[in-house]
Design a protein around this ligand. Sequence first.
Ligand SMILES: Nc1nc2c(ncn2[C@@H]2O[C@H](COP(=O)(O)OP(=O)(O)OP(=O)(O)O)[C@@H](O)[C@H]2O)c(=O)[nH]1
Ligand SMILES: [Zn+2]
Length: 212
Amino acid sequence: MISNEARAVRNQLIEKGLETPLTENNLNNEQKYERIKGLMAEVLATLGLDLNDDSLTETPHRIAKMYTYEIFSGLDYANFPAMSLIENKMQVEEMIKVRDISLISSCEHHFVTIDGTAKVAYIPGKKIIGLSKINRLVRFFSQRPQVQERLTQQILIALQTLLETDNVAITIQATHYCVKSRGVMDVNSSTETTALGGIFKTNDRTRAEFLL
Ligand SMILES: Nc1nc2c(ncn2[C@@H]2O[C@H](COP(=O)(O)OP(=O)(O)OP(=O)(O)O)[C@@H](O)[C@H]2O)c(=O)[nH]1
Ligand SMILES: [Zn+2]
């Protein structure tokens, strides 16, 4: 079951060309799990690993479970978090900012970890969102194969849709293990991406207050 909120967010992402590239393969989760398990057993065997070893024998199962139900669970809108949105009866007109939201995702180019934090702010119009729901939303879109730029935009569009205001901003600072543990092997660099909507884009003071 996909909630109305999840459907609205998905439609907006598709409309704006920001949905993760997906193709419908008509496999349910159980079928995905079974296929990945079989394919991962082949990968391990191809690497020359002994699948009869008691430490390795369950690895194809573990990876299939992890991909289907854990680190890529955000591909399935049935897992979109329930949102608690309330009316802005308290007439908040100033910025609400949540800092240091933990963010763990996976790089879609190499399938290794992206490890960082997000900062999210909005200026309420008619609606206020339960604070933990912002963290949950960040987590939902992180649990996909990602590039950091798209992840940042997806969170922006999702919050704009749910809060019914353009006045949302997000910044993500993250370390990419595809840069750290392989390839160029730079252990120190991190990447910062920002997506600004509404007044955060047009008003220098608002932008500066957010980036503080
Ligand atoms: N823009 C962007 N690039 C990313 C992200 N995650 C990984 N990359 C980069 O994607 C690029 C893929 O480059 P390729 O040349 O196709 O792959 P590669 O040969 O493995 O590249 P190296 O990492 O340089 O060894 C690399 O430069 C990665 O650092 C991301 O979130 N955003
Ligand atoms: Zn990568």
